[in-house]
Design a protein around this ligand. Structure first.
Ligand code: SIN
Length: 480
């Protein structure tokens, strides 16, 4: 489980948790440091919450649930819109803080704040569209009505790679549906509707979420291994779960692709957030007829990427999140090279003045990558692009689908029939055709196979936070 645990809440006052509408110290009395991955400098001390804090947060959310769930959808929507406006007003401050906490380039961080705010806007509208049904009766004297109601208290566990957007992608639909959860007291939320518990060791907090019967739903973004654990444990109380887990995205570049689009789209997908997204390109299959040209132009473009501290406006690739992340990238490259892969650019840790104290890895392109190498089996979560040649269309689908993951895939082709075939045959929840950044607030985001359960975003996103209830009515047909 990762260390950015938001239970029932949001960001804020250093050394404090946000529970029941108040900033309070952790019951453990402890804090933990947050460091800048670009410099190693300590930025802040954050409250280190434990099971007792999680319990209090869940109880506060439970207490707030009755009033919040009965608050008209229109009013809930207005509060979400206000939250979005506040985020936009503070975009620059929030973006700079985000870059310093986790390293992403400042332009991407600004983009993330806008992306995060857009989930509040979208779900503000969806709050008003949680429609029910009236189903025709088959016998006289009966009526069938279907209504949708919020699931209850939601525990949200969010990752470090999108510290703002992955919070709002969960909070937006949960609050819109009438559930109680987390964040932004200034937007006008009643006390307890949103609570925040941060923790260095997320296990005690996670355990409380799993065993406390007041929690009716767990929504998680993170690794497949932790997702499986949460799903297993949630079964004991049949808690609802939504899981957005790991990916191992294939890119398929066909002979008929527009090379500019293929190079730009693959770079956008691969190097966004330094390669640390669940939808990042991880296996780049290139058809033989275009292999030389694509590889040459792609390698030139990768070699030209500007690496450095994300606070500099011209930087395109920042540091990795920490040493462990950097070492994993090193292991993947070393393993591939020891089994015959060739480094076309990068392939090394960046050190020296400009990079001192940070976790920098040079944007890398590998050629002659084959199945059996670690990089083909596991998510690298770093700026390494492995190129794998292929011959036929069927072979590309077979090799691309040969993975336990099924989150995102990308295809580059100018042939419309092939584009449709690829979109249908790839076993992935998201397929980008001639583009590398398909996610926005109004579309479903989620995976097949071991990449997760449920969808976030779009009209689908709010369904994860409602229960469907049948109301059967017996009525007298005759007017007395
Ligand atoms: C993720 O990596 O989990 C989120 C990426 C996105 O929303 O595009």
């Amino acid at each position: 489980m990762n260390s950015n645990v938001s239970a029932v809440a949001g960001t804020a006052a250093e050394r404090r948790l946000f529970i029941g509408g108040e900033w309070v110290p952790a019951s453990t009395g402890r804090t933990f440091p947050v460091t800048d991955p670009a410099t190693g400098e300590q930025l802040a001390e954050v409250a280190d919450g434990g099971a007792e804090d999680a319990r209090r947060a869940v109880e506060a959310a439970h207490e707030a649930f009755s009033a919040w769930s009965r608050t008209p959808a229109l009013v809930r929507g207005r509060i979400l819109r206000r939250a979005a406006a506040l985020m936009r007003e503070r975009q620059e401050t929030l973006a700079r803080q985000l870059t310093r906490e986790m390293g992403k380039p400042i332009k991407e961080a600004r983009g993330e704040i806008e992306y995060a705010a857009s989930f509040f806007d979208w779900f503000a509208g969806e709050a008003e569209r949680v429609y029910g049904d009236i189903i025709p009766n088959s016998v006289p004297g009966k009526r069938h009505m279907v209504i949708k109601q919020p699931v209850g208290v939601v525990a949200a566990i969010t990752p470090w790679n999108f510290p703002a957007a992955m919070v709002t992608r969960k909070l937006g639909p949960a609050l819109a549906a009438g559930c109680t959860v987390v964040l932004l007291a200034e937007a006008g939320l009643p006390a307890g509707v949103v609570n925040l518990v941060t923790a260095k060791d997320p296990r005690p907090v996670g355990q409380e979420f799993l065993t406390n019967p007041l929690v009716r739903k767990i929504t998680f973004t993170g690794s497949t291994e932790v997702g499986k654990y949460l799903m297993r444990e949630a079964a004991a109380q049949v808690k609802r779960v939504s899981l957005e887990l790991g990916g191992h995205a294939p890119v398929i570049v066909f002979d008929d692709a527009d090379v500019d689009k293929a190079v730009q789209g693959t770079i956008a997908s691969k190097f966004r957030n330094m390669g640390q997204t669940c939808v990042c390109a991880n296996r780049i299959f290139v058809q033989q007829g275009i292999l030389d040209e694509f590889t040459r132009r792609f390698t030139e473009a990768v070699a030209a990427l500007k690496v450095g501290n994300g606070l500099n406006e011209d930087v395109q690739v920042g540091p990795l999140i920490d040493r462990a992340g950097l070492e994993k990238v090193q292991r993947h490259v070393e393993d591939a090279v020891s089994r015959g892969a060739r480094v076309l650019t990068g392939g090394r840790v960046l050190e020296g003045d400009e990079f001192s104290g940070g976790c920098y890895y040079a944007p890398t392109v590998l050629l002659n990558v084959r199945e059996g190498m670690r990089i083909m089996e596991e998510e690298t979560f770093g700026p390494v692009a492995p190129i794998i040649p292929f011959d036929t269309e069927s072979e590309a689908y077979r090799r691309a689908n040969d993975s336990r993951y099924g989150l995102a895939a990308y295809v580059f082709t100018e042939n419309v029939s092939r584009a449709v075939r690829a979109a249908e045959r790839l076993e992935y929840g998201i397929v980008g055709v001639n583009e590398g950044l398909p996610s926005t607030a109004q579309v479903p985001f989620g995976g097949f196979k071991e990449s997760g359960i449920g969808r976030e975003g779009g009209p689908y996103g709010i369904h994860e936070f409602v229960e469907v209830k049948l109301v059967g009515l017996a009525i007298a047909e005759d007017v007395p």
